[in-house]
Design a protein around this ligand. Structure first.
Ligand code: WT7
Length: 652
């Protein structure tokens, strides 16, 4: 192991010189893919190649067609095939004799353990599907899901999929107000939630909070998890366990067209209104099944896979639920926070369940670095053989620490680039086939095409920064924004036309086609790998009665990648104070969720604006990050900047 901290630091500093890491020989020997011939094969006929990969799924009727690009950017995949997601995740494995296989080693915050088998999931899913039907949910009806990391969240999603009711999962860290808004936007018929959620030894009364804002749904189904006595049940409220018990145990999977919507997932864009990213069935499942298997080099008989994300984000949808279950994987699912009950809990769980593959976010790795190697070294991680990251650029130092301290220099690290919109992983290295470059995600996966462009859509020379684009449709792509085709076209397909998808990230590509992703170029923030919109946070802050105006920016942050900084102008003569900081932070927590609370609030008498009245965020970013100010001559009132700079200095 790594020895003392100073030794480790010296070793990491040495490794920092190394730009390229070949996959370890021992890993390559047993890897599913050992060279780039799959990339080449797919490149010769991407559509035909994807159609082959779709055979990994069970189809009630096989698709003849792969891509239909007759109406860009409204692409479809495998449109003439029919299938069911829950059948593919459960029934076919149970029919193949895998009913007793553990799908999830579930660990509760207080140390409880549940072994969730494929047979149990299938039984519960059928009952839950019937329970939804019993309460008036039919094919095409949207169902909201607001649940913590408990096995029931998986059952709830698959039950929806079984009857063709698109699910709309809201991450448990969002506020009830955010849930209400998302239920309203998606016209949800029912909501599945919980009595209470545990967080670091405390219990939050979720159902009561949901009631307090009032949900625009007919039925609320409530999972009893914490056994909260004060869980209010009113008209239209049903206990999950009672509904499942009363339901018929058999529910035939609906035979759905491949383009039937599987789910919508709200994500932040550059306006205050979140975007309902809509994914369909056949293409999405093909994409996540292939990528989960090959990016993680999965051997379902022997691997134990642990993804530390929350089911409420796309990572959880694609790489905790659908991808792993399609591949009959045994996973670890943990209810709690990474530092509860102690800072070594992930590694303890890796040892306990024999995890071989671990997938997390760079921000978590940076937190682990801060907490110290001793928490990692306490556990026996010798079964780990592959590591992955997702959500934000990983700085080479964190990459190397992960590689050395967690992976013992024997586990390839896959840095996976993708988005809620892409459905699945798009750019990374195949671990047995490609060298790794710390801080550089990798190449487009087989079948995927990317290019780095200028604003005008010209390819930039290699090594030059530009805008990342995806130049060919792929099966897991979003199909539209829920109920808003115009916004779909306007957001992703207007800049360069309906054949070139605008990613929204700045990036560079090297001579070997490796893409490094630098960060967002729009008003989308990335805090700890969580996506948020400046406009959404601004609108929450401004809705506080004492606030006149607010501008939010993402300031570079060592721990969280970016952090939320808010420049706030108060009403009238009001003066900023610590109490008001707390009030505004709490206000944002209620409107959006704790994750969106500004880390810093800077009182501003006025905000820097152009003559046409547009807030100049670039300047605010310079201030918050302590940089020399650039050109301020286009400002309506250049003095504003001097005043703001003065404030920052006072604080420092
Ligand atoms: C944005 C998408 C994909 C699931 C989690 C985030 C950033 C994501 C990487 C990576 C650099 C990354 C991009 C992207 N991002 N993965 N490996 N390297 N940046 O999904 O919330 O839809 O956010 O996350 O900026 O556009 P999301």
């Amino acid at each position: 192991m790594a020895g003392t901290t100073t030794d480790l630091e010296r070793q990491l500093a040495e490794l920092l010189e190394q730009e390229r890491f070949e996959p370890p020989q021992a890993f390559v020997q047993d890897a599913l893919i050992k060279d780039r011939s799959v990339h080449e094969e797919a490149e010769r006929d991407p559509e035909g190649w994807w159609r082959e990969q779709a055979r990994a799924l069970h189809w009630f009727s096989e698709p003849e067609q792969a891509l239909d690009d007759s109406n860009p950017p409204f692409y479809t995949w495998f449109a003439d095939g029919t299938l069911n997601a829950s059948y593919n995740c459960l029934d076919r494995h149970v029919e193949a004799g895998l009913g007793d296989r553990v799908a999830f080693h579930w660990r509760g915050e207080e140390g409880e353990e549940r072994e969730i088998t494929y047979a149990w999931l299938l039984e519960q899913t059928q009952r839950a599907a019937n329970a939804l039907k019993d309460h008036g949910v039919g094919e095409g009806d949207v169902v909201g899901i607001f649940l913590p990391m408990i096995p029931e969240v998986v059952v709830a999603m698959l039950a929806c999929a079984r009857i063709g009711a698109p699910h709309n999962v809201v991450f448990g860290g969002f506020s009830a107000e955010s849930v209400r808004e998302r239920m309203e936007f998606s016209d949800a018929k029912a909501l599945i939630t919980v009595d209470g959620a545990r967080r670091k030894g405390k219990v939050a009364a979720v159902k009561a909070a949901v009631d307090a804002v009032g949900m625009p749904v007919k039925t609320t189904i409530v999972v009893r998890h914490t056994g909260l006595e004060e869980c209010p049940m009113g008209e239209g409220d049903v206990w999950w366990h009672e509904a499942l018990e009363a339901a018929d145990p058999e529910c035939a999977p609906a035979q759905l067209g491949a383009e039937h919507p599987l789910f919508i997932l709200y994500s932040s864009g550059s306006t205050a209104k979140p975007k309902g990213i809509q994914h369909t069935t056949g293409g999405y499942l093909t994409h996540v099944a292939w990528t989960h298997k090959h990016v993680f080099d999965l051997k379902p008989e022997s691997d134990v896979y642990f993804c530390s994300a929350d089911v409420g984000w796309i990572t959880g949808h694609s790489y905790i639920v659908y991808g792993p279950l399609l591949n009959a994987t045994t996973s670890v699912m943990y209810e709690g926070a990474p530092d509860y009950p102690h800072k070594g809990i992930w590694w303890e769980l890796c040892e306990r369940y024999g995890a071989t593959i671990f997938y997390t976010a760079p921000t978590a790795i940076r937190a682990c670095i801060k907490w110290g190697v001793e928490h990692v070294e306490k556990a026996d991680l010798s079964r780990l053989r592959l590591l992955g990251t997702v959500g934000e650029p990983i700085n080479p130092k964190a990459w190397l620490w992960y590689w050395k301290v967690v992976g013992g220099e024997r586990c390839p690290v896959v840095d996976t680039w993708w988005q809620t919109e892409t459905g699945g992983i798009m750019i990374t290295t195949l671990p047995g086939a490609q060298a790794m470059k710390p801080g550089v995600a990798g190449t487009p996966l087989p079948g995927i095409a990317a290019a780095v462009l200028t604003e005008e859509g010209e390819e930039v020379p290699r090594g030059t920064q530009g805008l990342l684009s995806l130049s060919r449709p792929w099966p897991g792509m979003l199909r539209t924004l829920f109920g808003d085709d115009d916004r779909y076209v306007g957001t992703y397909w207007e800049k360069w036309g309906p054949e070139t998808y605008l990613v929204g990230d700045a990036s560079k590509q090297d001579d070997e086609d490796y893409v490094s992703v630098i960060g967002r170029v729009d008003d989308v923030l990335n805090v700890s790998g969580h996506r948020m919109s400046t406009a959404e946070i601004e609108s929450a802050i401004v809705s506080h009665g004492k606030v006149a105006e607010a501008a939010v920016i993402g300031a570079a942050d060592e721990d969280t990648g970016q952090s939320v900084a808010a420049f706030v102008t108060l009403e009238g003569d009001l003066q900023g104070s610590d109490e008001l900081v707390a009030e505004i932070r709490e206000h944002v927590a209620v409107r959006i969720g704790k994750l969106a609370r500004p880390k810093r609030i800077i009182w501003a008498d006025d905000l820097p604006k152009t003559r046409s009245g547009k807030i100049m965020r670039r300047l605010l970013k310079d201030i918050a990050e302590g940089r020399e100010l650039g050109d301020v001559t286009t400002l309506r009132d250049p003095h504003v900047m001097a005043q703001l700079e003065g404030k920052i200095k006072e604080r420092a």
